[in-house]
Design a binder for this molecule. Structure first.
Ligand code: SAH
Length: 221
């Protein structure tokens, strides 16, 4: 697990961040460790300077290339769902994006393998991990809809982009007892979905409505 190096990061006021965590509690997030990580992770460094002042609002914010940094509630909720059955050693993330969700997870699980299809976003995220001392994340520039088979099996998989159906490859790369959290649907209607792999097969549970950018195929250099 990573411990963040916050020297020189310039945190916003304690009160602003406490307010964010209070709001997450009010919205039903109850995992104490997740709340603590949400309180201490500097979200403003995952945004361009012009937007940084909005970092502690509970809103999704643009990161370029028509992509968004997910809303804090969504990041906290997905993290809590991923961790609900106990500690995780190997996690696959599809959609590194700004690297915020990755950084939250990096403080709570042993190792993360994160795949992003847009190279410039990946490079910005890589720089942020360096600044913060996040050292348990491995990055790949590829179409993450195929997972990262060489690094599996995983005991957790999280996708921050929505396919129309759960990709079979991701379910295949789950270990027994492993959990996949993924938004599923089109641009009109999506559901945050939990798939748990058991000896008898995959068990799917719909959690709640979701609003994510689509999972796209191919890569951008
Ligand atoms: N977790 C990110 C959210 C980024 S939005 C954050 O906290 O900032 C979703 C991301 O998924 C985008 O960066 C998008 O480029 C990426 N994405 C979409 N389809 C993908 C695919 N097939 N493989 C890998 N990444 C994908």
């Amino acid at each position: 697990m990573s411990k963040l190096n916050l020297a020189g990061v310039g945190m916003t006021s304690q009160r602003t961040r406490d307010r964010l965590v209070q709001r997450l509690c009010d919205q039903g997030i109850s995992n104490f460790e997740v709340l603590e990580v949400m309180r201490t992770t500097p979200r403003h460094i995952f945004l361009d300077e012009a937007l940084a002042h909005r970092a502690y609002e509970d809103a999704a914010l643009p990161i370029g290339f028509q992509q968004t940094l997910s809303q804090p509630y969504t990041v906290a909720r997905m993290t809590e769902l991923l961790l609900a059955a106990g500690p995780l050693k190997r996690v696959l993330e599809v959609g590194t994006g700004s690297g915020f969700q990755t950084t939250v997870l990096a403080q709570l699980v042993d190792r993360i393998y994160s795949v992003e299809r847009i190279k410039p976003l990946q490079e910005k995220a890589r720089q942020r991990f360096r600044t913060l001392g996040v050292n348990n994340v491995h990055l790949k520039h590829a179409d993450g809809g195929f997972g990262w088979p060489e690094k599996g099996l995983f005991d957790g998989i999280i996708s921050t982009a929505a396919p129309e159906q759960v990709p079979a490859e991701l379910v295949e790369q789950l270990d027994i007892g492993g959990r996949l959290i993924i938004p599923v649907g089109d641009n009109k209607s999506q559901q945050l979905t939990l798939v748990v792999k058991t000896e008898q097969g995959a068990v799917t549970t719909i959690i709640e409505p979701a609003f994510f950018v689509p999972l796209k195929s191919g890569v951008i250099r």
